[in-house]
Design a protein around this ligand. Structure first.
Ligand SMILES: Cc1cc2nc3c(=O)[nH]c(=O)nc-3n(C[C@H](O)[C@H](O)[C@H](O)COP(=O)(O)OP(=O)(O)OC[C@H]3O[C@@H](n4cnc5c(N)ncnc54)[C@H](O)[C@@H]3O)c2cc1C
Length: 420
């Protein structure tokens, strides 16, 4: 069993604490900033136009776009290198956009974001592969779901899906069995590491952006009108704008802005964690499929699917396990359920074919039961701005699970529009 360090505190606890503060603060009570936090009342190591908290794929995409638009940006990440969070623990798929509710941020960002990333990869020579994906309905009873997905795709402007019979499924992938399926020719994979490295290079090239690594943001306080004092482990930064792109820790960063949030109108959405395990193939095994192969989605995830990265490395996963805190533990006992899930579309999967590899954690804004009546619960991404929390120039990004990678450049564009 491999275990990596769990986060020091339960982020759900943080959320609860935070919501409590927020409700106290709904009274229209202006908090006078203390002398040490008024404009000019503190010594800043740097003054910038925007601080971005988090150098994952979304934080980097935001920093790059803000910088391109002429802003001086300071990016802080507590990790020793960029992109070591969720951005390093995913399927690396550029989704086409058939899975998301029409009109949702996920649908909009995914469909436009995929095209933006593909154009970017072409221009910058970042590895990507237009590998395509097959979605399998293993039984006749799943046909309604398959048809609903096609209908949803059309409404999301994804018009290249092709319905496959059981026979054509086998022609596409000789190992796949199913009642019917869908072929998505525009689903692709990208080298996430290379993409983030390219964003990082773009950020620092023009000299307007600096990226401070191993540098956790520990406190954000108001410092006069429309100005914030951002304290990291190593510096104090003054900035009128903040982008909270801290991924799984975005709620905790909110907590560290408690003063900024004293007049909050809408608290952050509830937060839950759903861990996903990936498995690779036994050493020496050949790829069972040429393309990506998915079952139909289920609550919380897209199902245990097969992906092949730009280097030809194959994996199955992720599964879904609801957990209480950020904890990347790998549980070997979960592998047996992988066999059942994969055999729904590949009945000939041999015993002993897969090995545990790594886990990723989805920041969920809806609980395991899918209870949409819970205040603030949603399956969509949430972007909170001044309209929600009354702190000018502050943008929070919550719930950026899949398709967050695909959406990154589109999210960046939206964040810039909100801050300009
Ligand atoms: C299992 C799984 C599979 C997925 N598969 C796909 C997929 O195939 N396609 C797709 O489009 N999307 C996928 N996603 C979603 C995608 O990976 C995420 O949406 C994306 O990586 C989120 O990027 P981020 O920058 O918001 O978060 P992260 O990459 O987690 O970055 C946040 C950063 O903030 C830093 N940070 C946190 N707190 C602080 C602090 N106080 N101070 C400074 N820094 C801080 C962290 O160190 C981290 O580097 C998947 C997600 C999961 C979990």
């Amino acid at each position: 069993m491999r275990t990596s360090a769990a986060a020091p505190r339960d982020a759900r606890t943080c959320t609860r604490t935070f919501v409590h503060r927020a409700s106290n603060a709904r009274r229209p009570r202006a908090r006078a900033p203390s002398a040490s936090t008024t404009r000019g009342g503190f010594q800043a190591d740097e003054r910038v136009d925007v601080v971005v908290v988090g150098a994952g794929v979304i934080g980097l995409a935001c920093a790059r776009e803000l910088s391109r638009r002429g802003m001086r940006v300071f990016v802080a990440d507590r990790a020793p290198a960029v992109g070591l969070g969720t951005s390093a623990r995913n399927s690396e798929v550029l989704h086409a956009g058939m899975h998301y509710a029409p009109g949702s941020l996920k649908a909009d960002f995914c469909v436009r974001g995929r095209r933006m990333i593909v154009d970017y990869c072409e221009k910058k020579d970042v590895r990507w592969d237009n590998i395509g994906k097959i979605i399998v309905a293993s039984e006749e009873s799943q046909m309604d779901d398959l048809e609903a997905m096609i209908e949803r795709a059309m409404r999301n402007d994804v018009d290249d899906l092709e319905l496959l019979s059981a026979e054509s499924l086998r022609e596409y992938e000789k190992n796949v069995r199913g009642f019917a399926g869908v072929w998505s020719p525009s689903t692709s994979v990208v080298d996430t590491r290379e993409l983030m490295e390219s964003f990082r290079r773009d950020c620092v090239r023009d000299g307007r952006t600096s990226i401070s690594l191993g540098d956790e943001v520990v406190e954000i306080t108001p410092a006069g009108r429309a100005m914030y004092r951002v304290k990291t482990k190593s510096k104090v930064i003054a900035a009128p704008r903040i982008v909270n792109a801290a991924g799984l820790h975005a709620h905790r960063v909110c907590e560290r802005m408690a003063e900024v949030y004293d007049q909050v109108a809408t608290p952050p959405p509830p937060l839950y964690f759903a861990r996903g395990l990936y498995c690779t193939l036994k050493k020496g095994s050949g790829a069972p499929f040429q393309r990506l192969v998915y079952p139909l989605p289920r609550h919380g995830g897209l199902g245990v699917h097969f992906t092949k990265d730009v280097f030809g490395n194959c994996k199955f996963g992720p599964d879904i396990e609801w957990i209480d805190e950020i904890d990347y533990t790998i549980k070997p006992e979960r592998v047996s359920a992988f066999y059942d899930a994969i055999r729904e579309y590949w009945p000939e999967l041999p015993d002993g074919f897969i090995r545990t590899a790594y886990t990723g954690i989805r920041p969920k804004l809806i609980n395991e039961t899918g209870d949409e009546d819970e205040p603030g619960a949603t399956t969509d991404f949430v972007i909170q701005t001044e309209v929600d929390h009354r702190a000018s120039g502050v943008v929070h990004l919550f719930g950026f699970e899949s398709p967050g990678l695909t959406s990154a450049m589109c999210v960046a564009e939206r964040v810039c529009e909100l801050l300009e």
